[in-house]
Design a protein around this ligand. Sequence first.
Ligand code: NAD
Length: 301
Amino acid sequence: MEKIAFFGLGNMGGPMAANLAKAGFGVAAFDLNPEALAQARQDRCVPCDTALQAAEGADIVISMLPSGEAVKGLYLGDQGLLQQLPVGTLVIDCSTISAEDASSVSSAARGLGLRAIDAPVSGGTAAAAAGTLCFMCGGDQDAMDAARKVLQAMGGKIFHAGAAGAGQVAKICNNLLLAIHMTGTAEALQLGVDKGLDPRVLSDIMQESSGSNWSLSNYNPYPGVMDSVPSANGYAGGFSVALMLKDLGLAMDAASTSASSTPMGALAKNLYQLHGACADNQKLDFSSIQNMFRRPAGTLT
Ligand code: NAD
């Protein structure tokens, strides 16, 4: 089995690395956070003190980092990791970053004789833990072919969207839509509750009706409707408001370069900005947007 170096062991990367170890790959792991490294050890990965140490002898390098800056900081420049990797190493970046940043990492990698794909994911932390993530990839066919086996150990569906950066374009389109249906779902649920409906009954009805969508059926934002989702747990963990705002920013930037109209996405971004203006909300899961629609106790009905 190939040896993998894994960078970024957060809400997503931690369980993804654990699934690779479970599948029999040797996984050397690095994260800036010592708690994440301690968890990686429990998940049968080898925690490393530096990025370079993790990359030593690796056939495949995978990153799951919070931003384009973090990804470029890891890979690019004279001291960047790409310079240290042997020719032929496969680099898979699963972070959600701009298509431009993904393309610059990919072309730097190719210039050094490495293979690279952008492979952002959908499915959230539950799919990361279950190994059922959906991968949307961009890059050359030979790099895609080489990546398939390792992606299968972490995911259920693997799509090749096109050349380098195309996976990131697919990802921001998806998350633009996700933000829109999450905010819409929260709005509709609150209207029903304000009118005296039980949110569980209303959710059952809408799941069988034309309003059905992933936020309603798989990630319900109203507390008490579903178990094992962030709304059942004070909106802890999951996909943070800060990361959703990052993705909506990427989507708006992308739209401006193609002069595309994205009024619904702009409104969703605005709502998340309002919600995230309270610093405590930034770390909460993005389904906490429900709180923006909930009336504080004692207000008029
Ligand atoms: P997170 O904040 O939980 O984890 C990020 C991890 O990266 C942290 O542990 C942090 O310490 C580490 N890190 C940061 N810089 C680093 C560096 N230079 N080297 C090594 N480690 C470093 O974030 P997450 O929720 O796991 O998301 C990671 C990426 O996945 C983001 O790009 C996000 O947009 C995307 N994503 C998240 C979800 C989700 O549901 N959380 C779903 C799909 C995609």
